[in-house]
Ligand binder design. Structure first.
Ligand code: BGC
Length: 764
C-alpha cells in the first residue's frame, strides 16, 4: 500500500513540476503565471537589474547585459518565459552604446533637436512623425521602452533641465507630448513620460520638497501629464526624484494611485527615476511597480517585509501583474529580430526639418532675413559659432554620429565664411588647447580694430551666443541667464562697426533655455532663437538664413525683461547650493523645500494678469511672410465648442502660421489668470494669397479651474471671451462663448501642502 502511495505521490509531483516547467508567459495566462511565481521571483521581477550601473560613477548607460548602453534592464525569469526589458534614454534621441566591445560596427541613432526646440514648432503632426522615427530606432536597436518624453513645466527659466522640457504651459506640453508618444508607440515599443511630477529644479532634486497648492498642482504641474496620458496612453510613467507636499513622489499613493490611476484611468506601469534604494515597501504600496536601476538589497527588502507582514503580498502582486502586462507587449517578449540598421539617412532629414520648424525668429528689422545671395561673405563671431551646441548634458544627451555645426551648415547652404574671422577663433581654440584649458571657451574679446576691418571686407556679421548645461544643476542669473559682459561688448562693437558701413548683423541664440534679451535686442538687425537643434542643427539654421525654410516656430515660454520678473525667482535656488552631504543642519529654503508661492501664476499666466511688460511674449515668433486673421465663428458641440477662423497668407512667401486660442473666464469665485491657452493649430504651408480655415476645438472640461473648496474641476457658467491670435499679446479676433450651467468633475482631496504657502493672487 505504502509503495503504491509513494509511487502515486511521486507521479503527482513530477506531473506538477512538468506542468510548471511547461508554463510559459503568454498574453492570455498572466493570472496563471502570477500564481505560479514564488515570492522571490516576484520581488526579483519588480526590481531592475543593476549590473554595476550604480556601483560605478553615476554615468547614465552602464548596463551591458541586454543592449549595451541602455539606462536599465529588468530581470527575466526563464522558467516562466518572462523576458527581460531594455529601457533606454532619452529625449534627444535613443541613447545606446554606439561602439561595442569586440565589434567593429557602429550603432548610431538620430540626434533630434532638444525638447524645447521641438515644442516651439507647435506642430503635433511633426511631433508624431519625430516620435515615429524614434520609435523605429527603439525597435530596430532591440530596446523596449524609451525614457522619454520629459514634460515638466518650465516654472523658472533657471531650471537646468528646461532644454528637455517643452513649455511653461501645460496645455501645449500635453498636446506635444501626446503626439510624440503616439508616434513612438505606433512602432510597438513603449515610452516613459517623466518626471512625474514637479521636478522643476535640479538643485537637491533628490530630496527637494515642492510645496505646491492643490490648485497649482492640478492646473499647472499635473495638467500636461493628464492630457498626454489620456490622449496617448504611454506604456509607462516615471516617478520623479523629488517630494511633493511631504512624501517622495515615488512613495506617494495619492499621486501614483489616487490621481494617476483612479482619476485619470492610467493602466500602465510606473517606474522610479534612477534613485537607488529608498523605502521600497512604501514605493510598492504607493503603486510604483518597478524600482530602477535596482539592487539586490531592494529585492531582499521586499521579501523581508512581506515575510514580516509589513507589506502585503497582494500589493506586490499588483506591481507584478503590471510588469507582466507590460512585458507581453514588448519586442523582447515577441522575439522581435531587430536589425540594428534603421534608416538613419532618412531620419536625419526629418531631424533637420524638425529643428528648423522649432527655430523662432525674434527680430527681423527691414527684412534682413532671408539673406540674399549677394550677401554671401559672413563674418562669423562668437565662440559658439565654431563650437556649435547640439544638445544639453546628462541623460538627455546622446552620442551623435556627427553634428553639423553652424560653419558647416552655412557652407553647405552656399555661404562663405570670412577666413580672417575663423582663423582668429581657431587660433584662440589652439591656444586654449595648448594651455590644457578644457571645457567651453569663454567669449573671446575681439579688438575693435579687427571688427572694423571685417566690417570692411565682409557682407554681413553673424554673432552666436551659446549656453549649455543640463542634468544635476540649475542656472545662475549672472553670466548665464544674463549675457556676460564680453558677450554684450561683442554685440555692441560688431553692430556699431557694421552699421557704420551700412551692413547688417544677425544674432543667433544657440541656447538651452531663455536668456536676457531686453537690454541688447535693439542693436542687431535680426535675432534667431535656434535652441539646440541636434545633429542637423547647423543645417537647420542655415536653411532659415538662406530662406530655404520660412521660420514658423513660436516661443513656448515667455522671454521676460528681467529674470526677477518671474515671481518664481523669489522662490528658486539662485545660488545653486546643493548642500548635500551636510548633516545636522537646519533645513534650507529652496534647497530642502521650495514654496511655490506664485501658485498658478507661472509664465504668461503671470505676465498677462499682472500686465507686466516682457521682452518677447509667449507664443511669439515672426515669419518671412504675414498672415491675416478673419471671420472667427463659434459652433457649439455637445461638450464644448469649435471656433473656426480664416487665415490668409498676405505676404509674398509661402509659410505656416501657428494660431492660438486663449480664454478669459467670466468672473466667479476663483481668482483666474487673464489669459489661458485652450487650443492651437498650425496651418499647412500656405502659398501667398492662400487661405486656410483653421478649427480650434475646446471642451468645457478644458475651461475648468480647480476649486479647492469643493475639490473639483469647475467650469463656471457665464461668458468666456475667446482671443484668437498670433501670440498671447497679438490677438487678432475675439469671440465669446456662453455656458448656461456650471459643470464640475469631483476629485479626491489629496496632496495637500504640508507647509504654509503665501500664494500670489492677482485680481481679487
Ligand atoms: C534621469 C532620468 C533618466 C534616468 C536614466 C535619471 O537621472 O533623471 O531622466 O531617464 O536617469 O538614465
Amino acid at each position: 500500500m505504502k509503495t503504491v502511495l509513494l509511487t502515486l505521490s511521486l507521479a503527482f509531483c513530477s506531473c506538477l513540476s512538468a506542468r510548471s516547467q511547461e508554463l510559459k508567459l503568454t498574453e492570455n495566462n498572466i493570472d496563471e503565471v502570477l500564481k505560479a511565481m514564488t515570492l522571490e521571483e516576484k520581488a526579483t521581477l519588480i526590481v531592475g537589474e543593476t549590473n554595476g550601473y550604480w556601483s560605478q560613477e553615476p554615468i547614465i548607460g552602464k548596463t551591458e547585459s541586454l543592449i549595451p548602453g541602455v539606462a536599465g534592464t529588468t530581470q527575466g525569469i526563464k522558467r516562466l518565459g518572462i523576458t527581460q526589458m531594455a529601457l533606454a534614454d532619452g529625449p534627444a534621441g535613443l541613447r545606446v552604446s554606439t561602439h561595442r566591445k569586440n565589434d567593429s560596427k557602429t550603432y548610431y541613432t538620430t540626434g533630434i533637436p532638444v525638447g524645447t526646440n521641438l515644442a516651439c514648432s507647435w506642430n503635433t503632426e511633426l511631433l508624431e512623425s519625430v516620435g515615429k522615427i524614434i520609435g523605429n530606432e527603439v525597435h530596430e536597436y532591440g530596446v523596449d521602452v524609451i525614457l522619454s518624453p520629459a514634460v515638466n513645466i518650465m516654472r523658472s527659466p533657471l531650471c537646468g533641465r528646461n532644454f528637455e522640457y517643452y513649455s511653461e504651459d501645460p496645455f501645449l506640453t500635453g498636446k506635444i507630448a501626446a503626439a510624440f508618444i503616439n508616434g513612438v508607440q505606433s512602432n510597438g515599443v513603449g515610452t516613459s513620460i517623466k518626471h512625474f511630477a514637479a521636478n522643476n529644479q535640479e538643485t537637491n532634486r533628490n530630496n527637494n520638497d515642492a510645496i505646491v497648492s492643490q490648485r497649482a498642482l492640478r492646473e499647472i504641474y499635473l495638467k500636461g501629464f493628464e492630457i498626454a496620458i489620456k490622449e496617448s496612453r504611454p506604456w509607462t510613467v516615471m516617478a520623479s526624484y523629488n517630494r511633493i507636499n511631504g512624501p517622495y513622489t515615488q512613495e506617494s499613493r495619492e499621486l501614483l494611485t489616487t490621481i494617476l490611476r483612479d482619476e485619470w484611468g492610467f493602466e500602465g506601469l510606473v517606474m522610479t527615476d534612477w534613485i537607488g534604494q529608498r523605502n521600497t515597501a512604501a514605493q510598492v504600496h504607493a503603486g510604483n511597480d518597478l524600482m530602477e536601476p535596482g539592487s539586490q538589497k531592494q529585492t531582499d527588502e521586499i521579501i523581508a517585509r512581506v515575510k514580516s507582514g509589513e507589506l502585503s503580498e497582494t500589493e506586490v502582486d499588483v506591481c507584478v501583474r503590471r510588469m507582466l502586462e507590460l512585458i507581453v507587449k514588448t519586442p523582447h517578449f515577441k522575439n522581435y529580430v531587430y536589425s540594428n540598421t534603421p534608416d538613419l539617412k532618412a531620419h536625419a532629414q526629418l531631424a533637420r526639418k524638425a529643428a528648423s520648424e522649432g527655430i523662432v525668429l525674434l527680430k527681423n528689422y527691414n527684412e534682413t532675413l532671408p539673406l540674399p545671395l549677394t550677401k554671401k561673405n559672413i563674418a562669423l563671431f562668437g565662440v559658439t559659432s565654431y563650437k556649435y551646441i547640439a544638445g544639453g548634458t546628462g541623460s538627455g544627451d546622446m552620442d551623435r554620429a556627427y553634428v553639423v555645426g553652424l560653419t558647416d551648415g552655412l557652407i553647405n547652404a552656399g555661404f562663405d565664411i570670412s577666413k580672417k574671422t575663423s582663423d582668429l577663433y581657431n587660433s584662440y581654440f589652439e591656444f586654449r588647447k595648448a594651455q590644457e584649458q578644457n571645457g567651453r571657451a569663454p567669449e573671446l574679446a575681439v579688438s575693435r580694430d579687427f571688427i572694423n576691418r571685417r566690417a570692411e571686407d565682409s557682407d554681413v556679421a553673424v554673432i552666436t551666443i551659446g549656453r549649455n548645461g543640463g542634468e544635476g544643476s540649475d542656472r545662475r542669473i549672472e553670466d548665464n541667464f544674463n549675457l556676460a559682459s564680453e558677450e554684450l561688448d561683442l554685440i555692441d562693437n560688431v553692430t556699431e562697426a557694421f552699421h557704420i558701413k551700412g551692413k547688417q548683423v544677425i544674432v543667433i541664440l544657440n541656447v538651452f533655455g531663455v536668456v536676457e534679451t531686453a537690454s541688447w535686442k535693439g542693436l542687431p538687425d535680426a535675432i534667431l532663437c535656434a535652441w539646440q537643434g541636434g545633429q542637423e542643427g547647423g543645417n537647420a539654421v542655415a536653411d532659415i538664413l538662406a530662406g530655404k525654410e520660412n521660420p514658423s516656430g513660436k516661443l513656448s515660454m515667455t522671454f521676460p525683461i528681467s529674470c526677477y520678473d518671474h515671481p518664481s525667482t523669489l522662490n528658486f535656488p539662485l545660488s545653486n547650493n546643493n548642500s548635500r552631504g551636510r548633516s545636522n543642519r537646519d533645513e534650507v529654503q529652496n534647497v530642502d523645500y521650495t514654496l511655490y508661492n506664485e501658485g498658478i501664476y507661472v509664465g504668461y499666466r503671470y505676465f498677462t494678469s499682472a500686465q507686466k511688460e516682457v521682452s518677447y511674449p509667449f507664443g511669439f515668433g515672426l515669419s518671412y511672410t504675414q498672415f491675416a486673421y478673419s471671420n472667427a465663428k463659434l459652433k457649439s458641440t455637445k461638450d464644448g465648442f469649435i471656433v473656426s477662423v480664416s487665415i490668409k497668407n498676405i505676404g509674398d512667401k509661402a509659410g505656416k502660421e501657428i494660431v492660438q486660442l486663449y480664454a478669459t473666464a467670466p468672473s466667479g469665485s476663483l481668482n483666474k489668470p487673464a489669459m489661458e491657452l485652450k487650443s492651437f493649430a498650425k496651418t499647412k504651408m500656405l502659398q501667398p494669397g492662400e487661405i486656410q480655415i483653421v478649427s480650434l476645438e475646446v471642451k468645457n472640461y478644458d475651461l475648468a479651474s480647480y476649486d479647492e473648496s469643493s475639490q473639483a474641476w469647475v467650469t463656471d457658467k457665464g461668458t468666456y471671451t475667446l482671443h484668437i491670435g498670433a501670440s498671447v499679446s497679438d490677438i487678432r479676433q475675439e469671440i465669446s462663448y456662453t455656458l448656461a450651467k456650471s459643470e464640475s468633475v469631483k476629485c479626491n482631496d489629496v496632496l495637500k501642502p504640508t507647509r504654509k504657502l503665501d500664494e500670489l493672487k492677482i485680481g481679487k
